[in-house]
Design a protein around this ligand. Structure first.
Ligand code: FO1
Length: 315
């Protein structure tokens, strides 16, 4: 029996770190299904932030600290775009722009976004496969007191300041899992939901019509599934997940996240600071795995990935 393959679901920075740890252990046995509802068009170019954050982390070239963009990148194009009066609040590095130029050209020539993304992964020598959840466009909109905002307008331009009152996923009804993502899930020996925002990063992946059923079928076939809490001690390590959980009526704790995933996974991984929540997580029918989930360096990424894989029975 060939060594089991693993599918991880990931969004931005937190999910990318775990995916990097998983790749170190699994190499080509890992597929990462990424959220595409943060995707946007900037200066006429298709930008796929969650795919690209995972890509750069798995290629080992991400900006340390920030977690997105390319380490040491310059911003000459952005500066000159400003000279021409273009908006510059969404900062795209020169080397990052090369990906957006190549991918937009490929899509304009008829390639699916997935095909253009896989080509970039091969060029950067990434062993795992990073698979957009769908090739049809899906866009998260955020309702605030000022009305509906496009996702990056909320996340970057408004710096996540407005309270989120409602989420909307434009285009989700017409989306289907890509053939590559569907095949990876159908073949998976285990599923791992990364420590990404459960509402705007993992949520859109799960909302793709048929995705939940496909994940359930994998578990029905014997694949075990785990989710890693993105909330530690009631706080998101990065981004607005804690405030968004609260403003949308969920408990902004690891337990609140476990409740969102209770029917999807067998194991819920929470940080040692939240150990007291373990009995309530287990009361949901989940196995609670308590460990240090903060991935401050590459060694920690591999350590957490190894613990998660042990939890789902994959050596
Ligand atoms: N995040 C910011 O806070 N400011 C930016 O200017 C910014 C630019 C950017 C460019 C490309 C890219 O792939 C990501 C970028 N991000 C930026 C991060 C991005 O908004 C978030 O990582 C995701 O959308 C949230 O998962």
């Amino acid at each position: 029996m060939a060594a089991p393959t693993v599918v991880a679901l990931a969004g931005g920075v937190g999910g990318a770190k775990l995916a990097d740890g998983l790749q170190a252990l699994l190499g080509g046995r890992l597929s990462v299904v990424v959220n595409t509802a943060d995707d946007c068009t900037r200066h006429g170019l298709l930008v796929m932030p969650d795919h690209d954050t995972v890509l750069y982390n798995l290629a080992g070239i991400e900006q340390p600290g920030l977690g997105w963009g390319i380490e040491g990148d310059t911003h000459a194009v952005m500066d000159q775009l400003g000279v021409y009066g273009e908006p510059t609040w969404f900062s795209l590095g020169d080397r990052d722009l090369a990906l957006h130029i190549a991918r937009t050209a490929a899509v304009r020539a008829g390639a699916r976004p997935t095909e253009a993304c896989l080509a970039a992964q091969r060029s950067l020598g990434v062993a795992a496969r990073i698979l957009p959840m769908a090739d049809a466009p899906v866009a998260t909109a955020v309702r605030t007191a000022e009305g509906w905002l496009e996702f990056q307008e909320y996340f970057v331009h408004r710096r996540q300041a407005p309270e989120v009152l409602e989420l909307r996923l434009d285009g989700i009804d017409a989306a289907t899992p890509t053939p590559e993502a569907a095949a990876a899930i159908d073949a998976a020996g285990a599923i791992v939901i990364g420590p990404s925002n459960p509402l705007v990063s993992i949520g859109p992946i799960l909302a793709v019509p048929g995705m939940r059923d496909r994940l359930a079928a994998a578990r029905g076939r014997g694949a075990r599934a785990a989710a890693v809490s993105p909330i530690v001690g009631g706080r998101a390590l990065k981004g607005p997940a804690d405030r968004m959980l609260a403003s949308l009526g969920h408990e902004p704790t690891a337990l609140g996240v476990a409740r969102l995933y209770a029917d999807l996974v067998d194991v819920f991984v929470l940080d040692a600071v939240d150990a007291a929540l373990a009995p309530e997580v287990e009361a949901l029918g989940l196995e609670a795995l308590v460990t240090d989930t903060v991935m401050a360096d590459d060694a920690a990424r591999v350590r957490v990935a190894a613990e998660v894989l042990r939890g789902v029975g994959v050596a």
